[in-house]
Structure formats: C-alpha cells, structure tokens
Design a protein around this ligand. Structure first.
Ligand SMILES: NC(=O)C1=CN([C@@H]2O[C@H](COP(=O)(O)OP(=O)(O)OC[C@H]3O[C@@H](n4cnc5c(N)ncnc54)[C@H](OP(=O)(O)O)[C@@H]3O)[C@@H](O)[C@H]2O)C=CC1
Ligand SMILES: O=C(CO)[C@H](O)[C@H](O)COP(=O)(O)O
Length: 512
C-alpha cells in the first residue's frame, strides 16, 4: 500500500506566507482549515479566498479540537509561524488531538535545533514532524515556492506527492522539492540558503549603490544594466538581480516618486527577532570552523545598518561624514569596462556565498549524520527560491548530482568532498573574476564607497588560495606569549591540520 493521499490540511499561521500557501493548496483541490489569532490576517485571507473563488475550500477554526476534527487521518497540519516559542506553544496545544501517523509540516524559518527537539517529542507518539524551509517570498507562496523538507522517510513519503504538485517548477517542469534528509536538515539547508542570500544581496546592493550614487547613473539605466546582467553571462537567471531591475524602475503612481529612493537604509529584522536565519547561519559557520566572510560581512552590515540613530551619533562623534566621491568615466568604453567589472565582481561574491554556505552544510551534515541529498538540494534551489541563479546552478550540477566517488575523480584533491574550493571549474572562474573584483574594490576604496561583501570576497579568495599568509607571524606571536607551538616551514607534515611540533623560547619566563 502506498502513502495515503492528502485531501484536507490545516494551515496554522495565515500571514504573508501561510495565507498564500493556504490559497495555493486550496487551488490544488484541497480543503484547507485555517487558524490565526490575527483578525487582520484572517480577514485579508478570507477576502482573497472569496475573490479567487476559493472561499468554499477554506474555513476558519478558532480552537485546536475543531480544527483537528475537520481533518482526515492522517492529519496534515502546516505551520507558517514566527520562529521560536510560538511553534512550541502551538504544538503543545495540538498534541492532545493528534494521533499516530499525523504530520506537522513546519514551513517557517525555524531553528533546526528547535525542529529536532520537537521531532524527538513527536516521535514518541508516532507523530511526524517535518522541518520544511520554504523560499521565494509571499508571491511564491501563492504561486508555488521552493520547498526544502527534512524528516523521516515515512512522513516525507506521505507529503511529497502533494508538495511536488504545489512547489515551484524549473524550466523542464520538474518540481523544486525533494527529500533533503533526516532530522532538522530541511530547516538547516533553508537557513544556509538565507545566509547565502544575505551575501548575494549585500554584493548586489553595494553594486547598485555604486552605479546610482557613485557613478550617478539614472535609475532607468541601472534597471537596464541589471536586466542585462540577468539575461546572460555569469549572473543570468539570478532572481535577486532580476528584482533589482524592477526595483530600480518602479515609480509610485500616487506620488510619481521612485519608490527605492524613499527607502531608509536600515535592515532591522535580525535585531527585532522577526528572522533568525542570518544569525544562525553565521553562528553555524563559526561553530563548524568554516570561513564564511561574505555571508558574515553581509550580516555585520545589516547589524550596523539597523540602529540608524547610533550611526547618526557616531558620525557626529567621528567629526562628520566620510565624503564619498563621484566615480567619473573618461569615455564610454571606460564606463562599459567598469560596469562589466562590477558585474563579474558581483558574480564572484555570489559564487563565494554559495561556496561558503555549501561548505557549512557539508560539514554539518557529516557531524549530524543527516545524509543530505545534495541532488535534491540542487533541484530545490533551481527555481522559486531567492538565491536562484541559473548560471551558478549549472556550475553546481556536477558537484551536487554526482556521487562523492565521481566528484573526487574531478576535484584537485581527490578528496571525497563537495568542497567547491577544490573544484577546478569553479576556482578557474574565481581566478578570472579576481582582477575585476580587485578593480572594483580598489576604486570603491579610493572613492570611499561602502563595499563590505565585495571586499570580504576579495580577501577570501586571497586567503583561501594563499600559501604565505600573515598567519606565520601570527603563529610566532602566539608561540612567543603563549607557548602555543608552531610547525617549522616545510617540515614533514607541516601542511596538516595539527598542533605545531615546535616551540621556540623567544623570551624565557623570569621573575621580576
Ligand atoms: N515573508 C517571507 O518572505 C518568508 C517568511 N518565511 C517564514 O515563514 C514564517 C511566516 O512568515 P510570514 O508569513 O512572513 O509572517 P507573518 O507575520 O506575516 O505571519 C505569521 C502569522 O502567524 C500568526 N501567529 C502568531 N502566533 C500564532 C499562533 N499561536 N497560532 C496561529 N497563528 C499565529 C501571526 O499572527 P500575529 O501577527 O497576530 O502574531 C501572523 O499572522 C516565518 O517563520 C518566516 O520566517 C519563510 C520564507 C519567506
Ligand atoms: O526566508 C526568507 C527568504 O528566503 C524570507 O524572505 C525572510 O523573511 C528573509 O529574511 P532574512 O533576510 O532575515 O533572512
């Protein structure tokens, strides 16, 4: 007997994402029971459902007992809730009405450790708890998002036919969903997706600012540049670039203003706690000893940006603003070459964000034993999600879809790894991009433009491929004051990740 067919489900949390997904499920023939304490969210959803002819397929329930009673067995209950305690409270309220084989599909950006804690709680009752990261924003929630589920095989087998039906489709019509692996890895991979997203978004925003304010190009022209970047070459099919073109061009019909020029320069959601994925993905990178400077620097820019008043006060204390100077072009060729370098530099930062994020997933997978299916992740990131990039997806294809044995036969190190830093076809692109990135960072530095993700990527490439780093002197200082040991240059085993074999008595310890 195959997995049961799901004909009804409940959506708990009917805001931007949950509301859109509720309508998507209803449109796909399901009866959807709704619950959300926000009258505003519920009224808006009911109105949209009526307008779209889905009123009959959706019904609001205000208590868990009647909500659960409205479903068939096994019950499928979808969460689209803020992360943290809310999910625990809702799960606690539902548990008395849940039975063996019922499924919770948590589609929020939940922290993977919370997911695994809830999985342990549910498993004792035979209830499946699937952590399913969802990407693409509220438009995709309604039209078909990219979906990243992780959990037990039984639970995944039951929900997958439904998810395949509603998820985003790639150019070949294949659904952007798959069984990612066990435990909390669905939420983990989605969390890292957001870390990558932050690195990419920072680099793209830095480039946008240079074009608009630095070079003083009209927004219409910047929209055209972004559209060109999205159409072919290294940034082709990059969602964040394509929306950058629309954002540059959009005019508010009621005021005639370019909307983007009215937007204050602060990103607050890490600090207000609305979202946690940026914080967690960087913490994970550090805890797993993965250098992820493009992701991390993007995060620090967001953190610094959030408290605008502090920046205003710091500027006063600093003695005034650092005056960013105009970038002038000597000729139209000079301008075209600069814009081309900027395009390649942004690509390098996007690719570096992917490298860093994938390295975090690979390391965490090994440590947690989730058995992440990288081919599924590749498919999930193909369309519908925010980090979607056709060009990068092609580059990842052999690394994600081959077995580790096959990957090792193509990588320089012959190691069984998906570490993109060891893949010649990836690294040769970073090598080609390097002079462009250096040109942009040098120009931005000379003119005082703010390029944290781009410059962090430049340094990343330097230190990840360097074999004569300043850390020789660093290591000497450590040994001088702390007797932390070092390896002698060229000594046997000195390339190994191990505590150094030698100490030099730089200054003997003596009483005063
Ligand atoms: N927005 C986006 O682009 C994306 C968001 N996500 C994730 O999806 C989840 C939902 O996000 P989003 O839709 O944007 O957020 P919203 O705030 O729009 O929706 C969340 C809804 O959950 C409701 N809620 C709070 N507590 C409960 C409860 N106990 N029972 C039922 N409903 C409750 C909220 O009501 P109230 O307002 O009254 O608290 C709100 O209406 C989050 O985890 C988010 O990180 C994932 C991908 C994209
Ligand atoms: O998950 C998402 C996209 O993938 C959501 O849009 C999320 O709200 C983005 O927030 P943050 O930038 O803080 O991760």
């Amino acid at each position: 007997m195959g997995p049961p067919t799901i004909k009804k489900l409940a959506m708990i949390g009917c805001g931007s994402m949950g509301g859109g997904m509720a309508l998507l499920f209803a449109e796909n023939g399901l009866e959807v029971s709704l619950q959300d304490p926000s009258k505003e969210a519920m009224d808006a959803l009911k109105k949209s459902a009526e307008k779209q002819g889905l009123g009959e397929k959706t019904e609001e329930y205000t208590d868990y007992q009647s909500l659960c009673a409205s479903l068939d067995s096994p019950k499928l209950i979808v969460f689209s809730l803020p992360h943290g305690d809310v999910g625990d409270t809702v799960l606690g309220g539902l548990l008395p009405y849940l039975e063996k084989d019922d499924i919770i599909l948590d589609c929020g950006n939940e922290r993977w450790t919370n997911t695994e804690r809830r999985q342990s709680k549910c498993v004792t009752r035979g209830i499946e708890y699937i952590g399913c990261g969802v990407s693409g924003g509220y438009q995709a929630a309604r039209a078909g998002p990219s979906m990243c589920p992780g959990g037990s095989d039984e639970g995944l087998d039951t929900v997958l036919p439904l998810l395949k039906k509603v998820a985003a489709k790639d150019k070949e019509g294949k659904s952007c969903v798959g069984k990612v692996g066990t435990g909390g890895c669905g939420h983990y991979v989605k969390m890292v997706h957001n870390g990558i997203e932050h690195g990419m978004m920072s680099a793209i925003s830095e480039a946008w600012k240079i074009l608009v304010t630095g070079a003083g190009l009209p927004l219409e022209e910047v929209g055209d540049i972004f559209e060109n970047w999205d159409q072919s070459g290294h940034l082709s099919g990059t969602f964040l670039v394509s929306i950058g073109a629309s954002i540059s061009r959009t005019i508010d019909p009621s005021t005639g203003e370019r909307v983007v020029l009215t937007v204050e320069d602060k990103v607050v959601q890490d600090i207000t706690g609305e979202e946690g994925t940026g914080i967690w993905s960087n913490v994970e990178a550090i805890e797993h000893h993965i250098p992820a400077p493009t992701m991390a620097t993007a995060h620090f820019l967001r953190l610094a940006s959030a408290d605008r008043q502090q920046r205003v006060d710091a500027q006063k204390a600093f003695g005034g603003e650092i005056s960013q100077q105009k970038i002038d072009f000597k000729s139209s060729e000079d301008k075209s070459e600069f814009v081309e370098s900027l395009r390649v530099a942004v690509f390098a930062a996007c690719l570096a964000s992917y490298i860093q994020g994938i390295n975090v997933i690979e390391r965490a997978d090994k440590e947690n034993g989730w058995n992440v299916d990288f081919a599924a992740v590749h498919q999930i990131w193909k369309a519908g999600c925010i980090i979607q990039s056709d060009y990068i997806s092609e580059l990842l294809s052999p690394i994600f879809t081959l077995s580790l044995e096959e990957v090792s036969s193509t990588s320089t190190s012959k190691a069984h790894t998906r570490n993109l830093l060891l893949q010649p076809h990836i690294m040769s692109l970073l090598r080609e991009a390097y002079p462009h990135l250096r040109r942009i960072v040098a120009k931005a530095t000379e003119k005082d433009w703010c390029v944290p993700a781009l410059s962090a990527t430049l340094e990343y490439i330097k230190y990840q491929t360097g074999t004569d780093l300043p850390t020789g002197f660093y290591e000497a200082e450590l040994d001088f004051f702390g007797k932390h040991m070092f390896d002698r240059k060229g000594a046997e085993g000195s390339n190994e990740l191990r505590t150094g074999a030698e100490h030099f008595e730089w200054k003997p310890a003596m009483g005063s």
